[in-house]
Each structure stands twice: as structure tokens, then as C-alpha cells.
Ligand binder design. Structure first.
Ligand SMILES: *[C@@H]1O[C@H](CO)[C@@H](O)[C@H](O)[C@H]1NC(C)=O
Ligand SMILES: *[C@@H]1O[C@H](CO)[C@@H](O)[C@H](O)[C@H]1NC(C)=O
Ligand SMILES: *[C@@H]1O[C@H](CO)[C@@H](O)[C@H](O)[C@H]1NC(C)=O
Ligand SMILES: *[C@@H]1O[C@H](CO)[C@@H](O)[C@H](O)[C@H]1NC(C)=O
Ligand SMILES: *[C@@H]1O[C@H](CO)[C@@H](O)[C@H](O)[C@H]1NC(C)=O
Ligand SMILES: [Zn+2]
Length: 525
């Protein structure tokens, strides 16, 4: 990246806008010349990636990125990762579905193996919710987290969702149903299957993860209170079996003699002594974290994705052998599901802030940074709005019925804000000018009314910077991401250290012994 070129470009555009000069032939040729000059400076980085940071914007479709960029600083601007030198597209379909869910796509991203819809960390031999067949470890997919741990690297993840939610779960769990986050959602017939929360705290690689931050107290600890500012998510698993997995986590780290901390609000997070902490568990809410626009930022409140990411990096960066960190902007998806475009754009800009802060803390000569998404969403962006329009505003009136429509809308959803007044024989679309369509609680209209806005099946973008970032250069299958990480960091199947070397050495030893024995035998004959 050439920040100076970026700044110059931004300046040209600002000056042009302020002076109201026409963006004429010379203007656009200069913009393109600057971009060409910058592009010609790119060199492939073939260092080994000592560190890897993977950012996943859940449900962050290409149109979500464009709309968020405009929402943030206008059409001419860029979000923090958009000028990464290497960009590709990822095909997101599952083994059994054209339009995927986050569990299967996260399994592809983190383990390099595509699988069935709503299945976590198991290959396509396992049908959804089939506990019995999921117990066979032949089908368990190992992941970038276990590969990094095997190579002696520190590991971590932070998310704005429950730490047991579909995306993070695929880093450490093997579960035939993403809903089995705690015991209360595991059916009686599947009682041999360990829920996702217990896999995180009790099993490897979960228990060896250095930094874990997000929400999900209600799945980790039984019978937590239903707080007014921190409600139980009644849709999600709510543990009742007497567990306290937070204290189990602490006991385990104490037994290991490790330096550890558990934090549950902003004040506690800010007091973490990152220099002397090797394990951190941050659980800031019963369910998912609160949307950023409504987040309690007081000492008793919840941190931003940026604050969690910065703390995670400070802890992981102490590792001499490097680290692997996954950061999920998990609420972009939830905002979209409810048709709240303003919330989705705000969550995306806060995701950008977390990446921006990260870039100022790392050295990209030895750190691979990947920014991508798991799947697209029902958001659409159309209607010939003027340049500089409020992206959350109105595009124009429909040429069919004269009723205004918003620039952003959804193809499915709209149950929170019915788009149509339904009469006896016809449905008339409701006039959007009667609402504040920029409000965080407004739901944009949807063409097809359904219980929520659905995921999309389109390709997502992948942006990369650092060692082997150039391996993203084309249209790829989504599971390629894990393969690139393994190759760039020399982990997983590309790890030639420790275990493999000893294995090779012992083979050589056997060879020598055999040769010696054969010679002795010969001399005896
Ligand atoms: C990144 O952070 C710097 C320093 O706070 C700020 O000047 C810059 O505008 C940010 N960039 C983006 C794309 O948000
Ligand atoms: C696990 O699956 C493999 C491959 O299908 C099979 O060979 C093996 O017998 C199975 N193990 C058990 C315990 O069922
Ligand atoms: C938690 O309290 C809210 C009201 O504050 C209520 O709507 C919800 O049903 C309660 N949830 C549970 C699990 O008791
Ligand atoms: C839509 O509402 C606006 C604001 O109240 C009004 O000016 C406009 O005439 C309405 N359009 C239609 C087609 O009802
Ligand atoms: C509409 O909502 C936005 C975002 O909450 C707010 O900034 C703006 O003031 C509101 N506009 C009106 C007219 O109430
Ligand atoms: Zn979703």
C-alpha cells in the first residue's frame, strides 16, 4: 500500500469538490495514473508468515462494503482494507446448498473443507444433526487454529457474537448442528454429543486458545440472570445443567501455572496487564454483544470490536514463534437479517476501524492479513440515486406507481416493517417518505415478505496483504483460504518443523540400524 498516493488522491478529490471544479478528462486520467503508479510498486512478498490475522465480516456482501464506504466517507473514500494489493473472489456454496449458512462457510474458511449446511467442523459425510456419525473422528476437520498451535504459535479469536456461535465454533468444535451451543439445545437422542461450549473449554484446540473474547455467558454458565441491559437471548441456547465453564476455564489455566485473566466488562478489559497475561477469556454479555450504535460504552458496558482486537494483539504479539488471530464482525449479518441497513453499515465501519487499528500495530513483512466474508446477504443497492446522496435515503419515485423507494432495500425480509398495505385484491407499497429511513431502528422494505432477510448465494470478496497475499488473485473456492494460510505460515500440511522432523529423523535412524544389521548378518554368514 502507498498511503501517500491514497492521501494525494483523496486530496485531489476533496479540492475538486470544494472548488466545485468539473471532474473532467484530465481529472480522471490523473486519478487513473496515480492508481497505476501505486499498482506498479506492488511486489510479491514470499516471506514465511510468522503471524496470520483473518478478519471475517459475517454477511458482508460486496454491496454491503460499497454502501458502508459511502456511509462512512463518501463514494471516493476507501474502508481500511480496500486498498490491500491483492483481491479475489470466493465461491460460497455449501456441499448441499447453493445459498450457505455461516457454520458450513466457516468450516470451509478455517479448515479448508466445504461441508453441509449448518454443520460445524465435520466433513460432508455427516448429515445435519446426525450425532452418532459425527462421533467418528475420521470426519473431524482440523483447522488453522490447531495447525498454528501444533507449530507452537499463540492463537486467539474475538467476535461480536457468542463465542460459541457458528463462525467461531468452526475454529475449534466438531458438531453436527450449529444450534447445540449448550446442553439445552442438544436433543436427548444426541446425549453422546458434547455441546459446543464444553468443546471450547474442555477439549483441544479450544482449551489451548490464548485469547477468547465475545458474548455468550448464557451458554457457558447455568441460570445466568436476565439483565435489563443484558437480556437472555431467548432464541439461543440457555444453559440449565449447573455448569460454570468460565470457572472451569480458570481452574484449568491455574492448574497449568499459566498467567490468565477473566474479564466481563470494559473496566476489567482495560485493566488487563497484557504484558503478563498469556490467557484471556472475555465474556461481555449473555447473548451476542449489543449493536455498536446502542452499546453501553461505560466502564460496566461492552467493548468495541476494535478494543477487543487491540487487546488480543497485545497479548498474542508477545509470542516469539508468532500467532494466529481470527476477528469476526459478527453483527453485520444480524443487522441484515432484520433489514436494519443503518446498523449493518455502522457495524461494517466499526469492523473497518478494528482493521485500521490492527494495521498500525503490525509489520506486514511477516504478517499475513486477510479480510473476507462468509456469505452475502439480501441487501440490494439500486435506483439511480445522485452522487453524494445519503446512502440510507430515498432514491426516487417508482416510475410504475409514483411511490418513493429507498436506495437500499432487501429482496427478502421485511416482517418488521411490512412494505405493503394489503387490501382485498391488491397490495400497495407503503410510502417510505413517511419514515426516517436513516434511523438505526428502521427496516428497509423487502420485496418478498419472509420471517427475516435471507443470506445470498453470491461470491464474496477476499482482500490480502503481507506474505503470499498474491495467492488470492482470481475466483477461488472458499476453502482455498485455509490452504493459503497453511502455505504462507508453513503450518498444517506445510509444517516441516517439530513432529515431522522427528518422524523423518527416526526413519533415517531405522534405515541406519537396518543397514548395520544387514552388514552384521552378512559378516556372520
Ligand atoms: C485509520 O486511522 C487513522 C488514525 O486514526 C485515521 O486518520 C484514518 O482516517 C483511518 N482510516 C480509515 C480508512 O478509517
Ligand atoms: C470411522 O469411519 C471410518 C471411515 O468410514 C471407518 O473405517 C471406521 O470404522 C469408523 N470408525 C468407527 C469407530 O465407526
Ligand atoms: C428476559 O426479560 C425480558 C424483559 O426484560 C423478557 O421479555 C424475556 O422473556 C426474559 N427472558 C427470559 C429467558 O426470562
Ligand atoms: C409520499 O409521502 C410524501 C411525504 O408525506 C408526500 O409528499 C408524497 O406525496 C407521498 N407520495 C405518494 C405517492 O403518496
Ligand atoms: C433520522 O435518524 C438519524 C439516525 O438516527 C438521525 O441522525 C436523524 O436526526 C433523524 N432525522 C430526523 C428527521 O429525525
Ligand atoms: Zn446469518
Amino acid at each position: 500500500m502507498a498511503p501517500n498516493t491514497m492521501r494525494r488522491l483523496f486530496l485531489i478529490i476533496c479540492i475538486t469538490m470544494i472548488t466545485n471544479a468539473i471532474e473532467d478528462m484530465e481529472f480522471w486520467r490523473n486519478v487513473a495514473r496515480d492508481e497505476l503508479k501505486e499498482s506498479l510498486t506492488y511486489r510479491w512478498n514470499t516471506n514465511t508468515a510468522k503471524n496470520v490475522i483473518l478478519f471475517v465480516g459475517d454477511g458482508m456482501s460486496p454491496d454491503t462494503i460499497t454502501a458502508s464506504r459511502i456511509y462512512h466517507r463518501g463514494e471516493e473514500s476507501y474502508l481500511s482494507w480496500e486498498k490491500f494489493p491483492h483481491v479475489g473472489l470466493l465461491k460460497t456454496y455449501d456441499v448441499d446448498k447453493q445459498v450457505p449458512d455461516s457454520a458450513a462457510t466457516a468450516t470451509a474458511l478455517f479448515s479448508g473443507v466445504k461441508t453441509n449446511y449448518e454443520v460445524v467442523g465435520l466433513d460432508a459425510n455427516i448429515p445435519l444433526a446426525d450425532c452418532k456419525s459425527s462421533l467418528n473422528s475420521t470426519y473431524h476437520t482440523d483447522t488453522i487454529i490447531s495447525w498454528a498451535q501444533d507449530a507452537g504459535k499463540a492463537t486467539g479469536f474475538v467476535t461480536t457474537t457468542r463465542v460459541t456461535h457458528a463462525t467461531p465454533a468452526a475454529l475449534y468444535a466438531h458438531c453436527p448442528d450449529r444450534r447445540w451451543e449448550c446442553e439445552a439445545k442438544v436433543p436427548k437422542t444426541a446425549s453422546n454429543c458434547k455441546d459446543i461450549a464444553r468443546q471450547l473449554i474442555e477439549d483441544e484446540p479450544g482449551k489451548k486458545i490464548n485469547v477468547i473474547m465475545g458474548g455468550g455467558r448464557q451458554v457457558l454458565v447455568s441460570d445466568v440472570v436476565n439483565g435489563t441491559n443484558d437480556p437472555i437471548d431467548t432464541y439461543a441456547c440457555y444453559s440449565k445443567d449447573g455448569r460454570n465453564l468460565i470457572s472451569d476455564w480458570s481452574s484449568d489455566k491455574k492448574l497449568l501455572g499459566a498467567s490468565y485473566a477473566v474479564v466481563q466488562n470494559n473496566k476489567e478489559l482495560s485493566e488487563v496487564d497484557t504484558e503478563n497475561t498469556d490467557f484471556l477469556l472475555g465474556i461481555f454479555s449473555n447473548g451476542h454483544l449489543t449493536m455498536d450504535y446502542a452499546r453501553d460504552q461505560s466502564p460496566e458496558g461492552q467493548p468495541s470490536l476494535e478494543e477487543m482486537t487491540v487487546t488480543a494483539l497485545k497479548i498474542l504479539q508477545k509470542s516469539k514463534t508468532g500467532y494466529l488471530l481470527m476477528v469476526e464482525g459478527g453483527l453485520i449479518d444480524f443487522a441484515h437479517h432484520r433489514g436494519h441497513a443503518a446498523q449493518a453499515l455502522q457495524e461494517t465501519t466499526r469492523f473497518s476501524d478494528a482493521i485500521n487499528a490492527t494495521l498500525s500495530m503490525i509489520d506486514t513483512t511477516d504478517t499475513l492479513v486477510i479480510v473476507t466474508s462468509d456469505h452475502t446477504h439480501a441487501l440490494s443497492f439500486n435506483g439511480y440515486s445522485d452522487r453524494g446522496s445519503n446512502i440510507l435515503g430515498i432514491a426516487q419515485k417508482s416510475r410504475y406507481d409514483g411511490i418513493p423507494y429507498t436506495i437500499l432495500s432487501y429482496s427478502t425480509g421485511g416482517v418488521n416493517n411490512m412494505a405493503y398495505k394489503i387490501g382485498d385484491r391488491e397490495a400497495v407499497r407503503i410510502n417510505v417518505s413517511l419514515y426516517n429511513t436513516s434511523d438505526f431502528t428502521y427496516s428497509q422494505q423487502a420485496a418478498i415478505i419472509s420471517d427475516e432477510a435471507y443470506h445470498g448465494g453470491g461470491d464474496v470478496a477476499v482482500y490480502a496483504l503481507g506474505p503470499y497475499a498474491h495467492l488470492f488473485h482470481s475466483t477461488h473456492e472458499q476453502n482455498f483460504v485455509a490452504q493459503v494460510i497453511a502455505y504462507a505460515a508453513k503450518i498444517g500440511e506445510y509444517d516441516s518443523s517439530a513432529a515431522h522432523v522427528i518422524y523423518m529423523n527416526s526413519n533415517i535412524l531405522y534405515l541406519i540400524i537396518t543397514v548395520v544389521l544387514v552388514q552384521i548378518s552378512w559378516s556372520l554368514i
